[in-house]
Design a protein around this ligand. Structure first.
Ligand SMILES: Cc1cc2nc3c(=O)[nH]c(=O)nc-3n(C[C@H](O)[C@H](O)[C@H](O)COP(=O)(O)OP(=O)(O)OC[C@H]3O[C@@H](n4cnc5c(N)ncnc54)[C@H](O)[C@@H]3O)c2cc1C
Length: 416
C-alpha cells in the first residue's frame, strides 16, 4: 500500500485484521503528520463512519463532537444580513470531523504496533516496481500526490480540467455554537462561492483534546471571495476570511469574530481539479497497479465527500480482496473492483460536479420547497450520507416534481 491517508490506512488496517501481510509505504512519519499542516475539514457521514467501526478503527466516537444536522442558507443578494433562502434538518445519525492529522498518525502507529511493516519513503514508479516484485498486489493511495499521475485521466468521467474553486481553510477555537443542534452550516452565495462551518476535534501539542470549528471558504475563481492568492501568513488569512464573512454571511461572522487558530499549522490554501482517472496503471515491467481513493477519484470538497468516499473505496476493495482468496489480482480483477466502487462514487462525482455550477431551476425549486416542507429538508440533508439519493431528481425536472409531490410540496408547474 503506497499512501497512508484515509483510504490507504483503512484498507491496510482492514487487510491486517484479516491476516494479510501488508507493507505500508508513506512519505511521512506519524510525528510529521501530527505536527504538519491541516489537510481537510474531513466531515465523515454515518455510512462512512460505519466502515471504520466494522474494523474497530473508531477510536474517537466518544470524544468527537457530533455534527447533528445541516443548515443551508443563501444570503439575500440585495438585503445585507438577510437570507434569501434557509432551511435545516437533523441527520438521522451524526457525522464527525476528527482532524486527519490525529487520525492518520494514530492509525499508522496502530498498524505498526499490530506488526505491520511501515516504510517511510516518498515512493515513485521505481519504488512501486520494487514492491510489485515481492507483493501479490500493489495499491496506490497517494491522494492528490504526484504518483497518482501514473493513472490516466478518464476524460468522459471528468467534465472539468481546471479547479472550479479556490479554497481557504482554518481551524478555529472560540467560535460561538449555533443555536439549536450542531450542524454543518452550508452558505451558498450564488455566483460567488460557498462558506462552510462545522465542528471538529483536534489535539494540542501537549496531548489535550481541543474541540474546534472548521471554517472553509470556497471561492469561484476571480470572484470576490478569491482573495487568498497572496496572503503572507496564517494571521492574514484568518483576517481576510473573517472580513469576507462579515460582508457575505454576517450571521456566521457573529459566531467567529473572537476566534483563534487552534495551532500554527491550522490553515490551508489550495485548489482541487475534480478528476476521475483510469484505475489501473502499467509499470515499466508490464505489471499492473491499482489506484484507490483520491488518487483515482478526486472531487471538489464542497459536498464534503472525499474522505467518506475514500472510506467507502477501502471497504469495497477489502471485500473484493477477501473474496478473491488465492486467485491472482490481475488487471480484470482490478478494473472490476474499481467499477464496483464507481457504482457508488459516480453519484458523488456527478452530484458534486453539478453543485459546482449554477443550480438549474428544478433544483432551486426543491431547495425552495425544503424551506416549507420539513420532510423534504430532511431528505435533502440526509442525502449527504448517501449521495445516490440525489438521483434521479437532480438531473430530471420531472423527477424533482415527483419528489416534491411525495413530500406534499406542489411543483412549480402546478403552482403556476
Ligand atoms: C479543504 C478540504 C476540505 C475537505 N473536506 C472534506 C470533508 O468535509 N469531508 C470529506 O469526506 N472529505 C473532505 N475533503 C477530502 C478528503 O480529505 C480527501 O478526499 C481524503 O482524505 C482522501 O483520502 P486518500 O486516502 O485518498 O488521500 P489522503 O488522505 O490525501 O492521503 C494520501 C496520503 O498519501 C501520502 N503520499 C502522497 N504521495 C506519496 C508518495 N509518493 N509516497 C508515499 N506516500 C505518499 C500523503 O502523505 C497522504 O498521507 C476535503 C479536502 C480538502 C482539500
Amino acid at each position: 500500500m503506497i499512501g497512508a491517508g484515509q483510504a490507504g490506512l483503512q484498507l491496510a488496517l482492514g487487510l491486517q485484521h484479516h491476516g494479510y501481510q501488508v507493507t505500508l509505504v508513506t512519505d511521512r512519519t506519524p510525528e510529521q503528520v501530527e505536527s504538519g499542516r491541516v489537510m481537510s475539514t474531513q466531515a465523515l457521514f454515518h455510512d462512512a463512519c460505519e466502515t471504520e467501526r466494522q474494523l474497530n478503527l473508531n477510536f474517537w466516537d466518544e470524544l468527537c463532537p457530533p455534527v447533528e444536522g445541516i443548515a443551508f442558507s443563501v444570503p439575500h443578494p440585495e438585503l445585507p444580513g438577510h437570507k434569501a433562502m434557509s432551511f435545516e434538518a437533523r441527520l438521522d445519525h451524526p457525522a464527525y470531523s476528527l482532524d486527519q492529522r490525529v487520525k492518520f498518525a494514530h492509525w499508522q502507529r496502530t498498524f505498526a504496533e499490530r506488526g505491520g511493516q511501515v516504510v517511510t519513503q516518498h515512493a515513485d514508479v521505481t519504488a512501486a516496481e520494487r514492491l510489485s516484485d515481492t507483493h501479490d498486489l500493489v495499491l496506490v493511495a497517494t491522494g492528490k500526490g504526484a504518483l497518482g499521475q501514473i493513472f490516466e485521466r478518464d476524460a468522459p468521467r471528468s467534465p472539468y480540467d481546471v479547479p472550479q474553486r479556490h479554497l481557504a481553510l482554518a481551524y478555529l477555537t472560540g467560535v460561538r455554537p449555533r443555536s439549536g443542534h450542531s450542524a454543518v452550516t452550508f452558505n451558498l452565495i450564488p455566483g460567488v462561492g460557498e462558506v462552510f462551518l462545522l465542528p471538529g476535534l483536534t489535539r494540542t501539542a501537549d496531548g489535550a483534546w481541543l474541540p474546534y470549528e472548521n471554517v472553509l471558504i470556497e471561492a469561484i475563481p476571480g470572484g470576490p471571495l478569491d482573495v487568498f492568492g497572496d496572503v503572507q501568513d496564517a494571521a492574514e488569512q484568518v483576517q481576510r476570511m473573517l472580513a469576507l464573512m462579515a460582508t457575505f454571511v454576517p450571521w456566521e461572522y457573529d459566531r467567529v469574530q473572537d476566534a483563534q487558530l487552534t495551532d500554527a499549522m491550522a490553515t490551508l490554501i489550495g485548489r482541487v481539479t475534480p478528476q476521475v482517472r483510469h484505475p489501473v496503471a502499467t509499470l515499466p515491467s508490464g505489471r499492473p497497479v491499482l489506484g484507490l481513493g483520491d488518487a483515482v477519484v478526486v472531487n471538489d470538497p464542497l459536498t464534503g465527500q472525499g474522505a467518506g468516499s475514500a472510506a467507502r473505496a477501502a471497504a469495497v476493495y477489502l471485500e473484493r480482496i477477501l473474496w478473491q482468496g488465492d486467485r491472482p489480482f490481475d488487471r480484470s480483477w482490478m478494473q472490476d473492483t474499481f467499477e464496483d466502487y464507481w457504482g457508488y462514487a459516480q453519484y458523488v462525482t456527478d452530484w458534486t460536479n453539478a453543485l459546482l455550477g449554477p443550480p438549474p431551476p428544478h433544483v432551486l425549486g426543491v431547495l425552495d420547497a425544503a424551506q416549507r416542507h420539513p420532510s423534504l429538508a430532511h431528505a435533502f440533508v440526509n442525502g449527504f450520507n448517501h449521495p445516490p439519493q440525489f438521483f434521479p431528481w437532480l438531473t430530471s425536472p420531472q423527477e424533482a416534481a415527483a419528489l416534491m409531490a411525495r413530500h406534499g410540496a406542489p411543483s412549480p408547474a402546478a403552482q403556476a
